[in-house]
Design a protein around this ligand. Structure first.
Ligand code: ZN
Length: 208
């Protein structure tokens, strides 16, 4: 995994996005802090973007900060606004960048009271839990809503169903950070840098 991640970074990826699932907030189970720590050791310079799809994010922030997370995203569905604001402060006090996530069924307006406290807002463009799902169109409207409200130093990330077909629309709606899993890793390694350029909108189109 460290080797695959190193190749993705060499292919032009800006960061590594780690989907942490607890088997409760989402039905699947994935990685814990140990894997994050191992990646940090293998890739000391990488930006590790940890996405906590867990019921109780407060339980995990210290462990992931210690494991070398660069940013920690938690779900707006997991906490009320005062709880989310408090968790942002805790994450920041650990030297990590806080971010808040909104799931497809959740109104994006719910992020309003928390928005000024985060460095990034993450729009889920599929229902979280499994890779390889189809892109949900409403996430573009949510992104546009966020784009009107964030400061220049805040970023908007989109996660789920990102491919060379959906990426241009996500960028146009105002996304700065696109998370791609299947679109890159299901392709032969020799194509990764072309694909990453496509997702960024830097491709001349010939690689499709
Ligand atoms: Zn994610």
């Amino acid at each position: 995994m460290g080797e695959q991640c190193r190749l993705a970074l060499e292919g032009g990826a800006d960061l590594l996005h780690l989907d942490v699932m607890d088997g409760h907030f989402v039905p699947n189970l994935t990685m814990g802090p140990q894997l994050c720590a191992d990646l940090r050791r293998a890739l000391p310079e990488a930006f590790l973007d940890v996405h906590l799809m867990v019921t109780d994010p407060g339980m995990f922030v210290e462990a992931f900060a210690k494991a070398g997370a660069s940013s920690i995203s938690f779900h707006s569905e997991a906490l009320d606004a005062p709880g989310a604001i408090e968790l942002c402060a805790r994450i920041r006090s650990l030297g990590v960048s806080p971010a808040i996530v909104v799931n497809p069924p959740t109104p994006v307006e719910q992020l309003e009271p928390v928005l000024e406290h985060v460095d990034m807002a993450l729009v889920m463009s599929v229902n979280p839990g499994f890779g390889g799902q189809a892109f949900i169109e409403d996430s573009l409207r949510k992104t546009a809503w966020l784009r009107e409200r964030v400061r220049p130093d805040q970023r908007i990330e989109m996660d789920g169903g990102i491919s060379p077909e959906t990426a241009p629309r996500a960028r146009e709606a105002g996304c700065d950070v696109l998370v791609a899993g299947s679109a890159v890793f299901r392709q032969p390694q020799g194509r990764w840098s072309d694909l990453i350029r496509d997702l960024r909108g830097e491709s001349d189109g010939v690689s499709k």
